[in-house]
Design a protein. Sequence first.
Length: 640
Amino acid sequence: MTMSRTLPYDPEKIALKVGLEIHRQLSTQQKLFCACSQVKEDGSLVFLRRLRPSQSELGEVDPAALFEASKSLWLKYHAGSDSSCLVEADEEPPHDLNGEALESALMVSSLLGSKVVDEIHVMRKMVIDGSNTTGFQRTMVVALGGAVKTSIGDVPVLSVTLEEDAARNLDEREGERDFALDRLGIPLIEISLAPVTASPEEVEEVAAAVGRLLKSTGRVARGLGTIRQDINVSIFDGPVVEVKGVQQLDLVAKVVDYEAKRQLWLVQLAEKLRGEGIKESDIAYEPIDCGSSFVNTKSNLILSGLRRGYKVYGLKAPGFAGHLSEERWPNVRLGRELADVARFFKLGGLLHSDELPAYGVTQDEVDAVRRRTGCGRNDAFILIVGEESRALLCMKSLVLRLKQALSGPPAETRGPMEDGGTRYIRPRPGSARMYPETDIPPLPISRRAVEEASKKLPPPWEEQVSLIMEKHRLGREQAEHVLESEYYDLFEKAVEKTAVAPTFLATFLTETLVSLQREGLEPEKASADLLMELIGRIGGGKLAKEAAPDVLRAVLSGKAKGVDDAVKSLNIVAMTDEELVSLVASVIKENEASVTTKGEAAFSMLMGRVMAKAKGRADGAKVSEELRRQLKQSLAKTVE
């Protein structure tokens, strides 16, 4: 198997298995179970709910649901008249299944060679984090089997599923979460792939292949929040870790690589801990009030907690001395795993003996805690500062996590970080979370429906690329980048509505935005309306295209509130024709000696100096045209 870079592990030897679940919003006129439109609005109507888990038919309760219920959060929902109705509020039964969404799912199934089921059964999947007002997500299997053609061969498809998207998270405060209902109920298509053993880069190529296939249908939405990739990772046939909600394609390889390293290190650490004779029975839930050890503390972290009436609890970790801070790879250490658990309980993190004295905690205070918790030479301790009931609940989870450290990586759900790392979210859901939807009868799928959907398939990907090349006079690489881009719809709209050259639009919406992302900015936060306003200014001659990156940079960095504000603050109003003529003439005069010596060969040097002085106020094509005109005149006079 060919790898694009040298890895510190062999995917085959560690039995790395990666399964992908690609979720993509469908571009339909209405939502999946009602006639509401897909428009973005926070809404003026607000109502509160509190969700609780229920038992399955077998009397079981999903562990992830129990975990969420332990937070006892109030859920505040914001509804808008255009984007939500009583169905989203769970005050009215769902309407008939969206036929357009079903047709799109059948088209995708055809492209994958998947076998469409004879009858669709809508199921309820328990979700009580507040993102669904009902406490569950409606989901249905449309097809099974098939394969995706990729660079590593055909990757089997497990299922093609149609489901409803969740509500949009607006904010989270102490004891409360806010959601907008505009996204709730938007149709999602999910492609679940069989696990593959491959390098992180190859896994990313698989995800790209699925994305390309979905985009080729013309039936999926594009842009921020329209795609979510769940990545299931395991090594040595161990527990599966699910990383949920990876939105950016270029994060897939980083997430897989990080998880492979993290899980490998946890396996090695478990072997080391067991080799040192540490047993689960040694680790007990015995939180000790250590507040008396910090009566005169200078640690701001602990002092601020004590002033708020919080408790300081210590927990003994028998035999773990030195192991909490061991770091085989950057940001891969047990102490960080434990801190993630504490953050889940809104405690901001924790302190442990491997990193102390530090943070204002003195050696005398460390010694006092060791005595209070009964730590021996090889024992570590963990400190938690927080409200009593929350701190004690967190301590129970920390004890469980320390015990799990003796077995290796636990099965859990994690979330992606901006750098490709992952963080703990909650336990993995169990098998008791799915049950039939009683408000929607089974829907038979006829052979004719499948055939009709297949007839609407668009041209193959390569043909679509060729059509764009011919239509907009783009090179193959540019055409491919545009077609794959989340901004393809915006590109087509800008070509139609403005006079801006397609070649510039293609470069701006792919390369320029990627470049800004590498600077640490977030181009996805630039709305389609903002980008169209910026492009419209360029097309109307009010702004030089060379100034576009600077304008967008100012907006994304927060230095400007919008295009107008950025243009004013940067003073980059487009030059008039008279100003440009004058500028070019002055540059030629300043470099008269070089013009006389080099002749037309001086053009590149002069072009660079004019553009530098223009500071983004002049269009490069206009500068080039005017410079060539005046340079020709100047050389003609010299000859005379």
